[in-house]
Design a binder for this molecule. Structure first.
Ligand code: HOZ
Length: 429
């Protein structure tokens, strides 16, 4: 596989950006080798600068749920762009997108658009603290909620991939207010709430974890946490940056029947343009400025082009689209399990809808500790052979792979063919 141009660009990039990238995981440090510089994306495929063609399972880490350069998304963004890129004033597309959100998730009574998932989670924490008058928050090991200070404690994604300690630069006085527990352990949460539930402003969780690889919530776990929050007056914040409008039209809350206090969004809601949002109970959101005193603001919030991409993407996500994603996800997961078994490589394929991870482990993976038990060496060998075979997976054991409605049965079959050789390669490690 030719990679000369990517290598040349990566050498140049290292003189310009820390580690040669503008976000850590894409540097390939979790798997070694040179990151591919992408020239363009079309539908389910990515084409790199050396002309290699891949079936894309990163999809910009989730947002491209209808595939790359979808004609309707492109048209709507171009229409918006012709009218002006940004006004710093209210514009009608904000209303259309907010109505689409509320139609699918009635528990989002009021919302605020911002420009990234990190902005959304940072604001949600501030709102929970401002609303309750309490300082402590609870998060779960391996859950990643963006790169905001209070949430960079025992985080997944790049923090886990690079094996970093909790980030330098986050003041200890701030980090001490972030309590952590293992994911999927309701008894541990019950104990913590019994001790100090009345000091908690909120609990924030990835309902289906994507940032430690995919971890699936045990039956009753999310509802149990919600009940604890209700009992102790803490807000339950569901971080749907990855799962929102992906695992179902109502996101993970819709799928598991949870009615939280606050929800955070990013990725799919912006259709590939930089968008985030947070929203939920009207009495909580009415504490946000200028309705209330809790401050949050952004020059590009509700940006017309981003709203256009979000509107077009959500409109394309019909019930038939979710059915297609479920079918493709099941075919891919079953196919991967069968190929791994044939190569005698023990794996756990965790999947919810169109999000999945192949963990190189013989034991069930359901929290950060069990995810860490996986062989990252085997994952690296598998990843590189998949890349050579034309399947672009996330370059880390601790990330989720995604499918789009642009993926075809043929794409999945091509990927499973590559997986036969890739599992054989992993077996050698
Ligand atoms: N943190 C995102 C993945 N969970 C994005 C990583 C990247 O773009 O490098």
């Amino acid at each position: 596989m030719k990679t000369d141009l990517s290598e040349k660009l990566f050498a140049k990039a290292q003189t310009l950006f820390p580690g040669g990238v503008n976000s850590p995981v894409r540097a390939f440090r979790g798997v070694g080798g040179t990151p591919r510089f992408i020239a363009r994306g079309r539908g389910s495929h990515l084409f790199d600068v050396d002309g290699n063609d891949y079936v894309d399972y990163v999809l910009s880490w989730g947002p491209m749920i209808v595939g790359h350069a979808h004609p309707e998304v492109m048209r709507e963004v171009q229409d918006a762009m012709k009218e002006g890129a940004s006004f710093g004033a209210p514009s009608p597309r904000e209303i259309t997108l907010a109505e689409l959100v509320r139609e699918r998730m009635p528990w989002i009574e009021k919302m605020r658009f911002c420009s990234s998932g990190t902005e959304a989670t940072t604001a949600a924490i501030r709102v929970a603290r401002g609303f309750t008058g309490r300082d402590d928050i609870l998060k779960f090991e391996g859950c990643y909620h963006g790169a905001g200070d209070p949430l960079l404690v025992k985080a997944g994604s790049g923090v886990e991939t690079l094996g970093l300690p909790d980030s330098p630069g986050v003041p200890a006085d701030l980090a001490k207010h972030t309590l952590t527990l293992p994911y999927n352990d309701l008894a541990a949460a019950e104990r913590l709430f019994a001790e100090r539930g009345d000091t908690l402003a909120g609990v924030i969780i990835e309902p289906v974890v994507g940032n430690m690889g995919v971890l699936v919530p045990k039956a009753g776990y999310l509802a149990g946490l919600l009940a604890l929050c209700r009992k102790h007056g803490a807000l339950f914040i569901v971080d749907e940056v990855m799962t929102g409008f992906r695992v179902s039209s109502g996101g993970a809350c819709g799928l598991y029947g949870i009615r939280p206090d606050l929800v955070t969004f990013g990725k799919v809601i912006g259709g590939g343009l930089p968008v985030g949002a947070f929203g939920g109970r009207a009495d909580v959101m009415d504490r946000v400025a200028p309705a209330g005193p809790i401050y949050q603001a952004g020059t590009l919030s509700g940006n017309p082009m981003a709203m256009a991409a979000g509107n077009a993407t959500l409109r394309l996500m019909t019930p038939a689209a979710y059915e297609k994603l479920e079918g493709l996800g099941a075919k891919l997961a079953d196919g991967l399990r069968a190929r791994a078994a044939a190569a005698k490589v023990p794996v756990q394929v965790n999947r919810v809808g169109s999000m999945l991870t192949v963990f190189f482990s013989e034991k069930p993976v359901f929290d950060a500790a069990s995810a860490r038990h996986s062989s990252t060496k085997r994952f690296g060998a598998f990843f590189h052979r998949m890349l050579e075979g034309g399947a672009y997976l996330p370059p880390s054991q601790f990330e989720a792979a995604f499918l789009s409605t642009a993926h075809s049965e043929g794409d999945v079959e091509h990927t499973l063919l590559a997986a036969e050789a890739a599992f054989a390669e992993a077996a050698k490690v």
